[in-house]
Design a protein around this ligand. Sequence first.
Ligand code: UD1
Length: 420
Amino acid sequence: MDKLRITGGQRLSGEITVSGAKNAALPILCASLLSADAVTLANVPSLRDIDTTLKLLGQLGVRADRGRNTVTLQADQISSLEAPYELVKTMRASILVLGPLLARFGEARVSLPGGCAIGQRPVDQHIKGLEAMGAEIQIEHGFVIAKASRLKGAIIRTDMVTVTGTENLMMAAALADGETVIENAAREPEIIDLAELLIAMGANISGHGTDRIVIQGVERLHGAEHTIMPDRIETGTFLCAVAATGGDLMLRNTSHHTLGATLDKLREAGLHIEVGDDWIRGTMQGRPKATSFRTSEYPGFPTDMQAQLMALNTLADGTAFIVETIFENRFMHVQELIRLGAQIDIDGNTAVVTGVERLLGARVMATDLRASASLVIAGLAAEGSTEIERIYHLDRGYDRMESKLQAVGAQIERISKDNA
Ligand code: UD1
């Protein structure tokens, strides 16, 4: 397994081009199942989760023609309606094929994702919504087995705000008979990106970006071209890195409109931020200030940025209270940050972080995607050498993170298992 070796203490300075958003790309790739025509996507990031999704779509019979940052998908010869356990267990977002397969082919078998490191993460809301649209769903042998001759429009109110749940139901409703209303819908920018692709394919959707999405089903969808939105979490991660190390970073191909809560907190921590249409510049001098926050659904502070802002807080002047409200077990980075010298106490879903003057490099282990990013940030700021093991988690969601950081002055290298 690859690991990262970081020699901390370098200020970051220069430019980074942010990649396309993982969490927009995954549902959008699955949306190609909704049409027999070609869907061409630009700004597709190079990530392990994208590879996994393309593999899954390939097993279903979708043809993919992949360029450097582009992919053209064509689902005109679907040969299987089953998402197998081997792929779903490595990436929960595989559940996103359920809605499109069921809506277009009247049947789907998707392995139940099961638990994951950051929490239980059930898919009951996806199932409940599809049942409201007339699907017959059974759980058998670890699979969600769904059938419907044609889905019918319905009013669906999810019990909690769910991002992939909203996406699955929006895709299914696009081909359903009649009007579907999703109430308590997620408002994440990635939902808007997916809706824009679906509209380009001929879907009739309004209210995306609000908590009430209205979809008038159509008989068929056609091909389209779409550019994936920039990754707001990658942007936020690099901004936390420069806030922790000091320096001056210009991030290109990003959008400050999707990062309100994150930028507010980083400003509070002392990062000087300037923004333009498609860039954000972060400049940091001196020690960060402690910044308390609680995660919540968009437009609140994203749970996917919690670990990274915690890493920054470990070095801050003062004490921060961090409350995680979305996932029940998303503090696994804490024990690893403590190995670097951080002072953190956990009380239920609250982490109390008392800033220290310096972290000291150590060997640590990545436990999930965003936890890995927090360890990179801490390692960049720590004195001496930090080795991060199990970075396959990082590769799931960050496009060439170490090369992007090297280019702005970080001393970071990947040690492949072959030369370890
Ligand atoms: C998505 C993101 C993930 C992010 C999360 C919250 C993708 C591919 N992943 O994950 O990066 O951290 O949103 O912003 O976009 N829940 C249920 N039943 C359901 C669905 C969800 O109980 O049927 C619960 C979950 O366990 C969790 C909460 O609802 O506690 C929110 O989960 P959800 O928004 O669905 O997260 P994901 O879509 O899996």
